[in-house]
Design a protein around this ligand. Structure first.
Ligand SMILES: [Zn+2]
Length: 413
């Protein structure tokens, strides 16, 4: 299993200068390799292999001052990157997309470089954890969560965000295979994702939506300021950074919330049932707010799916048809417009919150899908749990909607 761990670097001004210098040498090498690729193609009427271009690196160093300042494996990954981009391009072409050539990279578009296999390690210097990069520097790093002991660090990519911040992303391999999901899952949960509440589950936990109105307001304010600056001026550039920071802040907060919520469900339960949004999306008429919401749900579900796989938890995406209309107790369907928040069954008298009823239907479909015989098909037989409303803020702060979270061993995203 391969994971990515991302951390913020805390470079000094001197570090920043060096990072930028290395980044720019890599960028120039990328552009040079692209030039060589085209030149070779003109001469030989075919593309050179990656090995051919990589083998030119030692000769290049003879006349290119500064190239030897960069760790040699880093230079090799620059050549590999060009070939990766080339592959991506030809795949798009195969699929009938009209795409042009690979283009020369200006500084703003070349933000990262990669140490692969060697030349980097995490170290302690003067009581501070540092990322030690060969031929570059020991850069302080904020390890806000630990990399598990059984993880092998395969590579690290250092990247400068448009905000000017530097991050390090480790590619990590775990020697442990993910555990098999249990044959008889005991702790099972159905989750209904919704508009008014972010999630409502069969254990009675309802999680509110993340309130990012302050962040959004700030973004709009900074964007308005940007529109008043003269394009290309120093002030414009400064303001552009501020806008980028706002975007990054929003993105970070949203993802952080989704990571924590999905971590919680994947770790706390043996089986997690949700609605298949690919089917749901086709059934519902598109509107802008819905699209935005469903994009966030999709992210949540894809995070949830891979975390479930990692934790050995069943992940079931069920057919969403009629989950709100159907009575979770007797199965009779009744029309229910969106504003009706309560489920009250005319056939059997079962009453529940609209989303709770849907969550129960999702769970029982999920149990059927994995073929688990479940005696407690109906929520009536089990006592309905009382609602526990939880704000999204609490999920972000506590890392979970409840306090009884299992102590998780592996911490990763
Ligand atoms: Zn009923």
């Amino acid at each position: 299993m391969y994971y990515a761990y991302k951390y913020r670097l805390k470079p000094s001004d001197a570090h920043r200068e060096e990072l930028d210098r290395h980044r720019d040498i890599c960028r120039q090498l990328y552009n040079h390799t692209l030039y060589r690729l085209n030149e070779y193609q003109d001469e030989h009427d075919e593309l050179p292999s990656m090995t051919t271009l990589r083998s030119e690196l030692p000769d290049l160093k003879k006349w290119w001052d500064g190239l030897s300042d960069v760790y040699s494996k880093v230079l090799q990954t620059v050549v590999e990157r060009l070939f990766d981009n080339l592959k991506g391009l030809s795949k798009l072409k195969e699929n009938g997309y009209g795409v042009g050539q690979l283009t020369w990279k200006p500084p703003r578009e070349f933000r990262s470089f990669t140490y692969s296999q060697s030349g980097f390690k995490l170290d302690k210097k003067g009581g501070q954890t540092v990322l030690s990069l060969s031929k570059l520097a020991d850069i302080p790093i904020r390890l806000h969560r630990a990399i598990p002991d059984n993880a092998k660090l395969k590579q690290v990519t250092v990247k400068k965000e448009p905000t000017g911040e530097w991050f390090a992303t480790f590619g990590v391999e775990m020697d442990r295979e993910p555990p098999e999901p249990p044959e008889n899952p005991e702790k099972c949960v159905g989750i209904d994702v919704g508009i008014l509440k972010y999630a409502h589950d069969t254990d009675g936990t309802t999680v509110g939506s993340l309130d990012l109105s302050d962040e959004r307001e700030r973004l709009e304010r900074e964007q308005r300021k940007l529109s008043r600056k003269q394009h290309g001026s120093n002030n414009y550039e400064k303001q552009r950074r501020r806008v980028a920071e706002c975007h990054a802040d929003l993105r970070r907060k949203r993802r952080d919330f989704l990571h924590k919520l999905s971590n919680y469900y994947a770790r706390e339960y043996d089986l997690v049932a949700v609605e298949d949004l690919n089917v749901k999306g086709m059934m519902e008429s598109p509107s802008n707010s819905r699209n935005t919401a469903s994009a966030a749900w999709r992210t949540f579900l894809s995070l949830l799916e891979y975390k479930c796989e990692r934790e050995g938890t069943h992940f079931v995406a069920v057919n969403p048809r009629g989950t709100t209309k159907e009575c979770a107790s007797c199965g009779v369907s009744t029309e229910k417009p969106l504003w009706v928040r309560e489920h009250s069954c005319p056939a059997c008298g079962f009453e529940a919150d609209r989303d709770a009823n849907a969550a129960w239907n999702i769970l029982s479909r999920g149990l059927e899908d994995v073929g688990v015989g479940h005696s407690e098909r109906t929520p009536v037989e089990t006592a309905l749990p009382a609602h526990t409303p939880v704000s999204a803020k609490r999920v972000v702060e506590a890392g979970s909607p409840t306090l009884k979270e299992r102590t998780a061993s592996a911490v990763s995203e």
